[in-house]
Design a binder for this molecule. Structure first.
Ligand code: FAD
Ligand code: FES
Length: 341
C-alpha cells in the first residue's frame, strides 16, 4: 500500500517511493496508471533509466489499479541498475513499456491461450509450492498471491545467501498460505541452513504438492526444477534471458525447449521446466559480460569525476554518504509530499 500524502497529482513515470530492502536490493514505486490498469502476476515491463540508456526488463512485484502505480524490485548488478539505484523520490524513469509477456495464470485468460507452461493442468484448489531464490522472490511473490486469490493451496519457500538478502518475508507471511513460510539461507543466518532444494524435495517426495513454481537465478531454477521433476512433480520456471525489445521481434531472448525455439518475451517468461536447454540459456546470458563490465566501469568513473569535490559518491558502492530526501520511515524514502532530488 502506498499513501499519497500530497495534494499534487503525480506525473507519468515519477518515482513515488523508494525502499532499500537490503544491501544492493531496491524497490521502486512508479506512477504509471495505464500500465497499472492492465498488468498481471508474472508479467514484466521494459524500461530506460535515462535518455541514452539501454532497455532492460523488470517484473512487476506489485501494483495498484486504483492509485495508478506499479512496483518493482531489482538487484544492482551493472550500469542500468546502478543508474536506477541513484534515482530518488520525485525523479523520473525515462520511459517504460508494458505489460509484456504472458501472465502466470494465463490459462484463466481465454484471450491468451497458454503455450509456455503446463500450469493450466492444475485446477484451482490444487496444492502448489512457490519457490523464490534471491531477488527472484520479487517475481515469485505476486504469483503466490495470485494463486492464493484463485483458490490454490499455496506453500512458499524462499532462499538467499544470507539473512540480509531475504526479501518480502512479511508480504509472503501476510498471504493465506497453506503452511508456514519456509526460509532457507546458505549460511544459516535465518531459517534453515541449506538450499531451497531440500524442503522442495521433501514436499515433492511426500506428494504434498502437485505443482512447483520456481523463480530465481537460472542455476537455481535448473537444480530446483530437476528436484521436482525427479519426484514426478511438474514445475514451471520464469526464464530470464537477455531481452532487447520485449515484443518478439529481435530474437535476443530465444530459448530452446524440447528442441524447439521459443521467445521468452512473448511465449513466456513462464515455461514448463521439462526440456529446457539450461546450458544454452546460461551461456547466452553471459554473451556480453565484457561489454557490460566496461560500460559499468566507465559509468562509475564518470560519476566519480562528477563527485570529485563533494566526495558523496562512493565509487563501487550504490550508497550515498549524504542522506536522501523525504525519508518517511526507516526503510522507505517516501512520498509525494515534497521529496524528490
Ligand atoms: C523477464 C525478465 C524479468 C526480470 N525481472 C527482474 C526483476 O524483477 N528484478 C531484477 O533485479 N532483475 C530482473 N531481471 C534481470 C534484469 O533485467 C537485469 O538484472 C538487468 O537488465 C541488468 O542490467 P544492468 O545494466 O544493471 O547490468 P549489466 O551489467 O548490463 O548486466 C548484468 C547481467 O544482467 C543481465 N542482463 C543485462 N541486460 C539484460 C537485458 N537487456 N535483458 C535481460 N537481462 C539482462 C545479464 O545476465 C547480464 O550478464 C529480469 C530479466 C528478465 C528477462
Ligand atoms: S526480446 Fe526481442 S524477441 Fe524477445
Amino acid at each position: 500500500m502506498f499513501t499519497n500524502t500530497s495534494n499534487r497529482t503525480p506525473q507519468m513515470n515519477e518515482i513515488l517511493d523508494r525502499r532499500q530492502l537490503s544491501d544492493g536490493i531496491i524497490e521502486l514505486t512508479v506512477y504509471e496508471p495505464r500500465v497499472a490498469a492492465k498488468c498481471q502476476a508474472g508479467q514484466f515491463f521494459m524500461l530506460r533509466a535515462c535518455p541514452r540508456g539501454e532497455r532492460v526488463p523488470f517484473t512487476f512485484s506489485d501494483w495498484s489499479r486504483e492509485e495508478g502505480w506499479i512496483r518493482f524490485i531489482f538487484m544492482v548488478v551493472g550500469k542500468t541498475t546502478s543508474v536506477l539505484a541513484e534515482l530518488r523520490v520525485g525523479e523520473y524513469i525515462q520511459d517504460l513499456a508494458g505489460p509484456l509477456g504472458r501472465p502466470s495464470l494465463a490459462s484463466h485468460d481465454t484471450r491468451r491461450p497458454r503455450v509456455g507452461s503446463d500450469f493450466e493442468g492444475l485446477p484451482p484448489g490444487g496444492n502448489v509450492v512457490v519457490v523464490g531464490g534471491g531477488v527472484g522472490t520479487a517475481v515469485a511473490y505476486p504469483v503466490a498471491r495470485a494463486l492464493c486469490e484463485e483458490g490454490y493451496q499455496v506453500q512458499a519457500i524462499i532462499g538467499a545467501r544470507t539473512a540480509d538478502l531475504l526479501i518480502l518475508e512479511d508480504e509472503l507471511r501476510a498471504l493465506p498460505l497453506a503452511a508456514e513460510l519456509c526460509i532457507m539461507t546458505d549460511d544459516g543466518s535465518a531459517g534453515e541452513k541449506g538450499l531451497v532444494t531440500a524442503p522442495l524435495k521433501r514436499l515433492c517426495e511426500t506428494k504434498q504438492v502437485s505443482h512447483a513454481v520456481i523463480i530465481g537465478p537460472a542455476i537455481m531454477m535448473k537444480f530446483a526444477s530437476a528436484t521436482a521433476l525427479d519426484a514426478g512433480v511438474p514445475a514451471t520456471v520464469s526464464l530470464n534471458p537477455l531481452m532487447i525489445d520485449g515484443t518478439g521481434m529481435c530474437g535476443a531472448c530465444r530459448v530452446s525447449i524440447d528442441g524447439q525455439t521459443k521467445f521468452a518475451c512473448v511465449d513466456g517468461p513462464d515455461f514448463s521446466a521439462a526440456g529446457i536447454d539450461w546450458a544454452e540459456l546460461m551461456s547466452r546470458q553471459r554473451s556480453y559480460v565484457d561489454e557490460e563490465r566496461m560500460s559499468h566501469g566507465s559509468w562509475l568513473n564518470e560519476k566519480q569525476h562528477e563527485h570529485d569535490d563533494c566526495d558523496c559518491f562512493e565509487g563501487d558502492s550504490i550508497w550515498r554518504k549524504t542522506p536522501a530526501p523525504a525519508v518517511a520511515n526507516p526503510k522507505s524514502e517516501s512520498s509525494l509530499s515534497g521529496g524528490g532530488a
